[in-house]
Design a binder for this molecule. Structure first.
Ligand code: NAD
Length: 298
């Protein structure tokens, strides 16, 4: 297929998919309440007053309540000590009304995020960052997995069908939050996976070989049109605020206007972004089912 500048890639509507997922979650919450007599609950811990984190936490609270779950928001002052924060995590670990715990990152610099994440009980770790959950994903037995790559997988399967076996997937970025779990999920789906990062040579050439290209670098417009194979499916995870003609706007890591020859691409905003909170609530139900010895939904 020739690279046609004027072709039009399908737009992968994450907003609409997330809305459908939230409706299904709402129904599942009702069923689980009827089955167990218990309302699923999510606790979110925010330390300090980082404006972006406050917006995310408020949005998580709203959507948790809208899904019919209990939401417990713990807002702690920026000067909270490591021991105080760990104390709260330990209390939430044993609180029967709390089925999922999320500590909003980034934490103030005097706190050690890894120690806090590892203190969360693995069965309540709805961010999927605990080493036990990372290990389960790594060994092909995932239970709670990071929300953003989970959302990416859902969008990929919605676009390409359930069977991704044998496709070549290239993941740009190797963070613990997005790149690494994404690569692992694609491997578990029997893709051939290449991971590229800031030290990779020939990044453009490697990307050009991808049937599935997932980009999570945090670099606006990094992936140019000629990095994309005609017919590839492109998932742009990047969220970058840039100044454009005196106005501030959010863009992804892919030069969207140059990607017309892709088969489909997620827009930014409106692609991966809306999936993350929906997947957090989905993980909360997975955690709830696990704690009530109910079968985990596929
Ligand atoms: P990170 O900074 O932890 O990791 C970035 C990765 O990209 C690193 O592995 C780095 O090696 C790689 N990278 C940087 N420059 C590169 C280059 N020029 N070529 C190839 N690789 C390069 O970031 P992260 O937490 O993984 O997030 C990545 C992006 O995704 C950010 O824009 C972030 O805002 C966004 N994000 C979005 C969501 C969401 O949609 N809900 C969630 C998490 C992250």
């Amino acid at each position: 297929m020739s690279m046609d500048r004027f072709a039009r890639a399908a737009s992968i509507d994450g907003k609409q998919f997330a809305a459908g997922l939230l409706e299904r979650i709402k129904k599942d919450v009702e069923i689980l309440k009827a089955q167990t007599g218990v309302v699923p609950g999510l606790a979110v811990v925010l330390v300090g007053d980082d404006p972006a984190s406050s917006v995310y936490v408020a949005s998580k609270h709203r959507q948790t309540v809208a899904a019919g779950m209990k939401s417990f928001v713990h807002q702690l002052p920026a000067e909270t000590s490591q021991n105080e924060l760990l104390g709260l995590v330990h209390r939430l670990n044993v609180a029967p009304e709390v089925h999922g715990i999320l500590v909003q990152l980034p934490l103030p610099v005097h706190l050690d995020p890894n120690a806090v994440i590892q203190a969360i009980h693995q069965d309540k770790d709805v961010d999927g960052f605990h080493v036990s959950n990372a290990g389960r994903l790594f060994t092909g037995n995932p239970v709670l997995v990071p929300c953003t790559p989970l959302g990416c997988m859902m969008l990929l399967k919605d676009t390409l069908g359930e069977n991704l076996s044998g496709l070549h997937a290239v993941v740009v970025g190797k963070s613990n939050i997005v790149g690494k779990p994404m690569a692992q999920m694609l491997m578990n789906a029997h893709c051939t996976v290449t991971v590229v990062h800031s030290q990779t040579r020939d990044t453009a050439e490697l990307c050009r070989a991808a049937d599935i290209l997932v980009v999570a670098a945090g670099r606006p417009g990094l992936v140019r049109g000629d990095w994309i194979k005609p017919g590839a499916v492109v998932i742009d995870v990047g969220i970058n605020r840039i100044q454009d003609g005196g106005k501030s706007k959010i863009v992804g890591d892919v030069a969207f206007g140059e990607a017309g020859h892709a088969r489909a691409i997620t827009p930014v905003p409106g692609g991966v972004g809306p999936m993350t909170i929906a997947c957090l609530l989905s993980n909360t139900l997975t955690a709830f089912r696990g704690q009530h010895n109910l079968a985990i939904a596929a």
